[in-house]
Ligand binder design. Structure first.
Ligand code: PLP
Ligand code: ZN
Length: 393
């Protein structure tokens, strides 16, 4: 809403006017939306919020959209936060929770980012968008574009999960499969967008997807009665969810709704693509391109996250850590979680479980701490991967 004050470059702090079409800062930094939080604080309360409808638009005063009519919604957000006692007993954690983002429209938390990005694209009358994607962002972009009557142009790696490909086609998007990685898909969008008149909704190249994703942070605070957990495990590809939650916690503190306590932010990656783990361990400020990226957790196959500095800042200032997991352990964990808790999760979410086991074993986390795993997607998107464990013949 009108509560947006300005946009700020996350690297050089240059300010940009609200209500203009923006991609990156000329310095290459991602833009973050800043709000008049002191004014919001006067008129919005936790009590009034409790009356709002159970989707992410309940956080309207800290979302960027100007007009209610612009909103394209398919019922995203306010996902359940489950206490997973049986999984907890199996791994040795007494206060373990899973926030199930697989229950969002199109089966992943990418719906959160696309509801805000596509709603914002509507305001200046954008009619065509383009996005490079490892899969789930494409599905969400295709769904929200269809609902908004916007033309979607999607570029995905050739080996993207079948579910994402079919979903995008059924949703009426223009789909191109690229012989390469998401970084190659991104290059194509960059090269063609001006000539084609596409608005690029790539991760962090557009300022509003992060605003939708940050609501994962508002929700966990609200669902725990405005007391943040001790640790958050987040499967990190582009890292937007993690960066967004970190931003949300700062906003919540400015609103006076939480104190200064922060969860340890734990970035989980796949062994076959772990640029953030390497940068974290080396003490670097930026990640280096991960050569030959490969993992079944398609959402984690991001060889060089644009928001690398922001991810590292959040992980470090929270006293968290970054950790990589082998694909075989991830799939084992996904099947274990499904059979223990009745939740069939994406490999990205499942990867958090072996990471949790290691951090309990080495004493980084204590059994009594309140721990939340973000399951970012539905297992139903990954039938090829899980199917290898369950041959029919
Ligand atoms: C995109 C995606 C991720 C990575 O998300 P980021 O917030 O960009 O790190 C993780 N899991 C799934 C299922 C995804 O689709
Ligand atoms: Zn800048």
């Amino acid at each position: 809403m009108p509560n947006v004050s300005y946009l700020e470059c996350s690297l050089c702090a240059q300010r940009f006017e609200a209500n203009k079409i923006h991609n990156l800062c000329p310095c290459g930094g991602a833009l973050l939306v800043r709000y008049h939080l002191d004014a919001v604080r006067q008129t919005w309360s936790r009590e009034s919020l409790a009356q709002s409808k159970p989707d992410l638009w309940r956080y309207w005063p800290v979302l960027p959209v100007n007009r209610r009519e612009s909103v394209v919604s398919l019922g995203e957000g306010m996902t359940p936060l489950f206490e997973t006692k049986r999984l907890g007993a199996a791994v040795g954690a007494k206060d373990l929770w899973v926030k199930d983002e697989g229950l969002n429209p199109t089966g992943s938390f990418k719906a959160r980012g696309m509801t805000t990005a596509i709603s914002m694209a509507r305001e200046p009358g954008i009619t065509k968008i383009a996005v490079p994607s490892a899969g789930n962002a494409a599905s969400a972009a295709a769904a929200y574009s269809a609902a908004a009557g916007i033309e979607a142009h999607i570029f995905m790696p050739m080996d993207v999960p079948q579910a994402n490909f079919i979903e995008c086609k059924a949703l009426g998007a223009h789909v191109t499969l690229v012989n390469g990685l998401i970084s190659d898909c991104a290059k194509i969008v960059t090269e063609r967008k001006d000539q084609e008149g596409w608005f690029d909704v790539s991760t962090l190249k557009e300022p509003y997807r992060i605003e939708g994703k940050k609501t994962m942070g508002y929700e966990v605070a609200e669902q725990f009665g405005w007391e943040l957990p001790d640790a958050i495990f987040y499967p990190t590809g582009g890292g937007v969810g993690l960066i967004g939650m970190w931003k949300a916690f700062d906003e919540l503190e400015t609103l006076g709704w939480i104190g200064s306590k922060r969860p340890k932010m734990i970035a989980v990656q796949a062994a076959g693509c772990q640029p953030m783990v390497r940068a974290f361990e080396r003490g670097d400020q930026r990640a280096e391109f991960w050569q030959g990226a490969s993992t079944v957790a398609a959402g984690l196959r991001v060889p060089k996250p644009l928001g690398d500095t922001l991810i590292l800042n959040a992980v470090r200032s929270s006293n968290g850590t970054a950790m990589a997991v082998e694909d075989a352990d991830t799939i084992d964990a996904g099947i274990e979680l499904a059979s223990l808790e009745g939740m069939f999760v994406a490999p990205e979410g499942a990867a958090c479980i072996p990471a949790l086991r290691k951090l309990l074993a080495n004493g980084f986390l204590k059994a009594s701490e309140r721990i939340v795993i973000y399951n970012t997607g539905s297992g139903l998107k990954y039938l090829e991967t899980y199917g290898e464990r369950f041959p029919r013949a």
